[in-house]
Design a protein around this ligand. Structure first.
Ligand code: ZN
Length: 109
C-alpha cells in the first residue's frame, strides 16, 4: 500500500501514524477537548456514509443552519438550563456539519 506524504512532517505515512502530529495534539489539545473532537468526527463519518457531499456554499449553509435550528429547538424544549443528551447530540451535529462544510467545500488552507 502506498502511503501519502504526511501533512505535518512530510514523511511518507498516514497522518494518523505521525508521532510528531500526536505530540502536537497532546501538547495543544486538552483531553476534554479531544474527546469532544472525536465525538464530532464520529458524527462526521456517520453523516458522510448517509448523505452525499455538500454541493455548494448555499447548500452547506442550509444544512449547518438546519442543524443549528434543531439545537435551538432542543434548548427551547429543555425546562432547566442543563445540557441534556438531546442538546449535546444536536450540538455535536452542528460541529460535524461545520466540519463537513469546510471539508466538502475546500476549507483546506
Ligand atoms: Zn508525519
Amino acid at each position: 500500500m502506498i502511503k501519502n506524504s504526511c501533512y505535518t512532517c512530510t514523511a511518507y505515512h498516514d497522518d494518523f501514524d505521525c508521532s510528531l502530529r500526536k505530540q502536537y495534539l497532546a501538547d495543544v489539545i486538552r483531553e476534554d477537548e479531544f474527546k469532544i473532537l472525536l465525538e464530532i468526527h464520529g458524527e462526521l463519518k456517520r453523516a458522510e456514509k448517509k448523505h452525499g457531499p455538500m454541493l455548494s456554499t448555499a447548500h452547506g449553509a442550509f444544512v449547518v443552519c438546519q442543524k443549528a435550528d434543531e439545537l435551538a429547538r432542543a434548548v427551547a424544549a429543555e425546562k432547566s438550563d442543563g445540557l441534556n443528551d438531546d442538546i449535546r447530540e444536536e450540538a455535536v451535529q452542528v460541529g460535524a456539519m461545520a466540519l463537513r462544510f469546510l471539508k466538502d467545500l475546500g476549507g483546506q488552507r
